[in-house]
Design a protein around this ligand. Structure first.
Ligand SMILES: [Zn+2]
Length: 498
């Protein structure tokens, strides 16, 4: 009797409820794909909590509208043998990374950021003023006399611990994003010894960025990018008015080091050779991928593969110590400043190909890979184009919606209230004229200059949040909405620094 009562009480306490049935009449391929994506997410990946290596990948100026447009561009014009598709369903390399956050990019004194402040936030854990590289909020040029009091960068700390270091960029190596890995300047234009760093300012005693790079304490294992003119004296292919040849100085610092000046030189190097490598492929920025000559300049994926192979190969010589590698797709930003969607999307596509290569070649149980942008651009994707519409083209709406105020042109393009066809992509400001580009070309022409609202000599950065994607040890810390300088602290935590 007692037993029966207890059993009855248990039954009353936990009434059996059947799980609700998920039932709907339309279970088509969208439904099936959605369920499969859910199942993939229900699988928990447990990574170790400590990273040996950290790779920070920055698409300069690659805001979220750029990511969406580049995803469609890459789907419509694939470069890896896939069949072209409508594009919206495509995935860029980071679209498959499991951890994502939104990042607030503002500088300590600016609502809309520049790359100096944002790259400093990522590399030294503090926000700086706009245009300032790795200085504290209250530190001016006089702080160059007490360098030990300046914010320390991840690279400086990593080197002091015997880790390997690498920088790969498509910009000048003295440009803000790569410079924030190794340098400290109160004004980002102090890249070399030229007109941009006037004599009066040089009295501050701050070393220009090019000389900071070649004299970086402990050296860098691999540095690949552009900007050779800042390293060489006038008359010898450079712009330095102080007569210094920094390539020669670097070679003197590293007698075994290999200096290369073109793609052929890089391809001839053995990535297993332990000597440091310094590649300066152009006097200024590297060419846009669309304009690149393959025998003269390596591509971004090619430089990244070399740097990664070299840093991986150096592990034994460093007693098992890992590395910090910063890889920048630096010219997405420059194409946007020229209001040129084609080159911006092509650069973003190459950046995605680089991320895909990196994810394929590292062990994600020991390597934290972060992919982000430093800031956005005033680049918009708008109107109501049909699924699969040419992302660079005029807006052709789907049947039953999306024609403009002016109706449809005979070709089916949505017209604005003045009867002009509208493009999907445009900018909120930017130049109405630019060398080699034209507003009167068809919008999917590589040299098309997209219309915009405000005329300015260069299109500007955008101030909204950017995305951060992560895989590897402590990638789980990348979530929610975060300040940009938290990126540094996440990298430090993954490396076990306290
Ligand atoms: Zn910019």
């Amino acid at each position: 009797m007692t037993i029966r009562l207890i059993a009855l009480a248990a039954l009353l306490a936990t009434p059996a409820v059947a799980a609700p049935v998920l039932d709907t009449p339309v279970q088509d391929s969208w439904w099936a794909d959605g369920r499969a994506a859910l199942d993939a997410r229900l699988k928990v990946i447990n990574r170790p909590k400590r990273a040996r290596n950290v790779i920070l990948m920055v698409g300069d100026g690659m805001g979220i509208s750029t990511i969406t447009a580049a995803r469609i561009f890459d789907g419509q014009h694939p470069i890896d043998g896939r069949k072209p598709g409508p594009g919206e369903e495509n995935n860029l390399a980071w679209d498959r990374m499991a951890n994502t956050a939104l990042v607030k990019t503002y500088n300590s004194n600016a609502q809309v950021a520049d790359s100096a402040g944002t790259a400093s936030a990522m590399n030294s854990g503090v926000k700086t003023r706009i245009g300032v590289i790795n200085f504290g909020a209250d530190q001016g040029a006089e702080a160059c006399k007490t360098p030990e009091k300046l914010p320390r960068t991840l690279a400086e700390i990593a080197r002091a611990q015997g880790m390997g270091l690498g920088i790969v960029t498509t910009t000048r190596l003295t440009h803000a994003t790569p410079a924030a890995v190794y340098g400290h300047v109160p004004f980002r234009d102090w890249e070399g010894a030229d007109r941009a760093y006037p004599a009066a300012d040089r009295a501050s005693g701050c070393a220009d960025l090019a000389s900071q790079l070649v004299n970086f304490k402990g050296g860098l294992d691999v540095v690949l990018g552009g900007g050779g003119a800042r390293f060489l004296p006038t008359g010898k292919g450079g712009t330095r008015d102080d007569g210094r040849n920094l390539v020669a100085e670097w070679q003197k610092n590293w007698p075994q080091g290999k200096f290369v000046a073109d793609a052929k030189g890089l391809r001839a190097l053995n990535s297993r050779d332990m000597a440091p490598v310094f590649g300066l492929f152009t006097p200024d920025h590297l060419s846009f991928e669309h304009d690149r000559k393959d025998d003269a300049e390596p591509s971004l994926p090619e430089m990244a593969r070399f740097a990664l192979a070299k840093l991986e190969a150096g592990k034994a010589a460093r007693g098992g110590k890992g590395y910090y590698l910063m890889i920048e797709g630096g010219r997405i930003d420059h194409a946007h400043h020229a209001s040129n969607p084609y080159r911006a999307l092509k650069e973003a596509q190459m950046f995605s190909a680089t991320v895909a290569d990196v994810l394929k070649s590292v062990n994600l149980d020991e390597t934290l890979v972060l992919v982000t942008a430093d800031h956005s651009h005033v680049f918009t994707m708008a109107g109501y184009p049909a699924r699969g519409n040419d992302i660079l083209g005029y807006i052709k709406p789907p049947k039953g919606g999306g024609e403009g105020d002016g109706g449809l042109s005979p070709e089916g393009y949505a017209l604005d209230d003045r009867g002009q066809p509208m493009t999907t992509l445009s900018y909120a400001n930017g130049p109405f004229v630019a060398r080699g580009l034209s507003r009167t070309l068809p919008p999917n022409d590589p040299n098309y200059l997209a219309i915009k609202t405000y005329g300015t000599s260069g299109e500007s950065h955008g101030g909204e949040d950017v995305a951060l994607f992560a895989e590897g040890p402590r990638a789980d810390l990348v979530r929610g909405v975060m300040e940009q300088n938290l990126i540094f602290h996440i990298m430090a935590e993954a490396l076990g620094w306290r």
